[in-house]
Design a binder for this molecule. Structure first.
Ligand SMILES: N[C@@H](CCC(=O)N[C@@H](CS)C(=O)NCC(=O)O)C(=O)O
Length: 228
């Protein structure tokens, strides 16, 4: 059975959505990143990058949310676009666009808006600018088609859902009306029973909720180690 190392954060939730949508049997393995579980040797042996999600599937170890989606999509044949070079090209392009653009910029935007000890206007503006620029590209694509790859709900939509449902944290409450087509897709996915089950996984485990010094030390290690 697949072991799914996770927390309730956006990247693990993409994988939780796939596992629930596909009906794959899995064992949820909590990694409490606010307590520093991600730095324990037993987890580093699975993901040397000390982040969730990761999966162990027999002798295969896969980390990084979008890599896991691709691995599971290829393994099961589910939530993948129709076969063919054109569809494969689109799949890889948009999956990497979400992996290298939407995710990191949204994450940094959330960080500088909500967690950085000082409000640095330059950083906030840069990350908000890039985040909304990425979502605007997606929104105009979704004005012309139902899902990211056309008529079929795929792993790219799941990857997008992980971060886009947190647009209020990354950009602010007043940004949703700027992306009506993206909102339509995220609302549709969030209304799926599998999404509700994915979000509820974390209720089976006791995760730390306070964001205190211990959490800051575990998740923002740059605050205690100067490299510049
Ligand atoms: N590129 C990775 C990023 C993973 C990542 O940043 N995970 C966050 C949760 S969304 C995490 O583990 N944070 C804990 C930490 O940074 O210590 C992916 O897509 O899986």
């Amino acid at each position: 059975m697949i072991k799914f190392y996770y927390s309730g954060a956006p990247n693990p939730m993409k994988v939780a959505l796939f596992l629930e949508e596909a009906g794959l049997p899995y064992e949820a393995m909590p990694v409490d990143t606010r307590k520093g579980d991600q730095h324990k040797p037993e987890f580093l042996a699975i993901n040397p990058n000390a982040k969730v999600p990761a999966i162990v599937d027999g002798d295969a170890i896969v980390f990084d949310s979008n890599a896991i989606l691709l691995y599971l999509g290829e393994k099961t044949g589910k939530f993948m676009p129709p076969k063919g070079d054109k569809a494969r090209g689109e799949l890889l392009s948009w999956l990497m666009f979400v992996a290298s653009g939407v995710g990191p910029f949204s994450g940094q935007s959330v960080h500088f808006r909500n967690y950085a000890p000082e409000k640095i206007e330059y950083a906030i503006n840069r990350y908000m600018y890039e985040t909304q620029r990425h979502y605007a590209i997606i929104d105009s694509r979704l004005a012309k088609q139902k899902y990211m790859l056309g008529d079929t709900y795929t792993i790219v939509d799941m990857a997008l859902w992980g971060w886009a449902r947190l647009i209020p944290a990354a950009l602010g409450e007043n940004f949703w009306p700027k992306f009506p087509n993206l909102k339509r897709l995220i609302d549709e996915i969030s209304a799926r029973p599998a999404a509700a089950r994915a979000i509820a996984i974390k209720d089976k485990h006791k995760f730390k909720t306070e964001f205190d010094d211990e959490a800051r030390k575990a998740m923002f290690r740059h605050q205690t180690e100067k490299v510049a």
